[in-house]
Design a protein. Structure first.
Length: 250
């Protein structure tokens, strides 16, 4: 039920709401659409008129999606995209579920903000032209300009989060490791490997005494404990879990 609810909500905000905004923007230039909206907002509106507005909003939303895709994914965010070859990793059910969650949590919001970024200028121009005074027109234009800029920034941010999350899910921890190394190089901080090497070259007296005690113990007592500890380590390591899943699939 949770997946159905989140998916339905994502589809509503991705297509229906931007389409409704675009359909409303058309009412500033089309008298029939303006008359439809005026009757739709009245208390005597019937179910037929309601369904007509919903269907027209869905059609407009699908058309707006084309311009959103061209403006954001093909131009503004063209350098941020997913590798198509990595979609083969979604054969694992757990990764597919996580990828769908990333779509619902990030990409649907990008679709909403991206679609609204297409519809907002038309609403702003229509509202400004219908205003009587110059001051009101300037105020409306300034408000919608700020709203447009903020919406574009939000759409780009949501798309970036979607690409990062989806890449991390499909590629596993290799992608996260590459991103961490890139961040370390930008910040100029030493990697974890050098820190681990320094730690290993300077053992404490307590670890040295523990090592002597382990050597003095019988081998038959050490071997089962070592195997158990290795089993726990492998089970608790995400890389080992992902590698085991891949080997089982092969």
């Amino acid at each position: 039920m949770k997946d159905v609810t989140s998916t339905s909500f994502g589809l509503v905000i991705a297509y229906l709401l931007p389409g409704f905004a675009a359909f409303f923007a058309a009412s500033f230039w089309s008298p029939p659409i303006a008359d439809l909206f005026s009757k739709f907002l009245e208390a005597e509106s019937n179910i037929g008129r309601f369904l007509l507005v919903i269907v027209c909003s869905l059609i407009a939303g699908l058309e707006v999606t084309i311009f959103r895709w061209l403006f954001f994914e093909k131009w503004l965010c063209r350098k941020t995209r997913l590798d198509r070859a990595k979609f083969a990793h979604l054969g694992i059910e757990a990764k597919l579920i996580a990828f769908r969650a990333a779509v619902d949590e990030h990409y649907r919001y990008h679709q909403f903000w991206g679609g609204m970024a297409i519809a907002i200028p038309f609403i702003g121009v229509g509202a400004a032209t219908s205003s009587a005074t110059v001051l009101h027109r300037a105020l409306i234009c300034g408000t919608f300009l700020v709203l447009e800029v903020v919406t574009i920034i939000a759409a780009c941010s949501a798309f970036q989060k979607y690409v990062d999350s989806a890449s991390n899910i499909m590629e596993g921890f290799d992608y996260a490791q590459r991103m961490g190394e890139t961040t370390d190089r930008r910040l100029g901080t030493p990697g974890s490997a050098s820190t681990g090497a320094e730690t290993r070259t300077t053992p404490s007296s307590a670890s040295a005494s523990a090592a002597k005690t382990a050597v003095a113990a019988p081998e038959k007592m050490i071997k089962p404990e070592t195997e158990d500890s290795c089993a726990v380590t492998e089970a608790s390591t995400p890389e080992a879990a992902i590698g085991s899943a891949k080997s089982q699939k092969d």
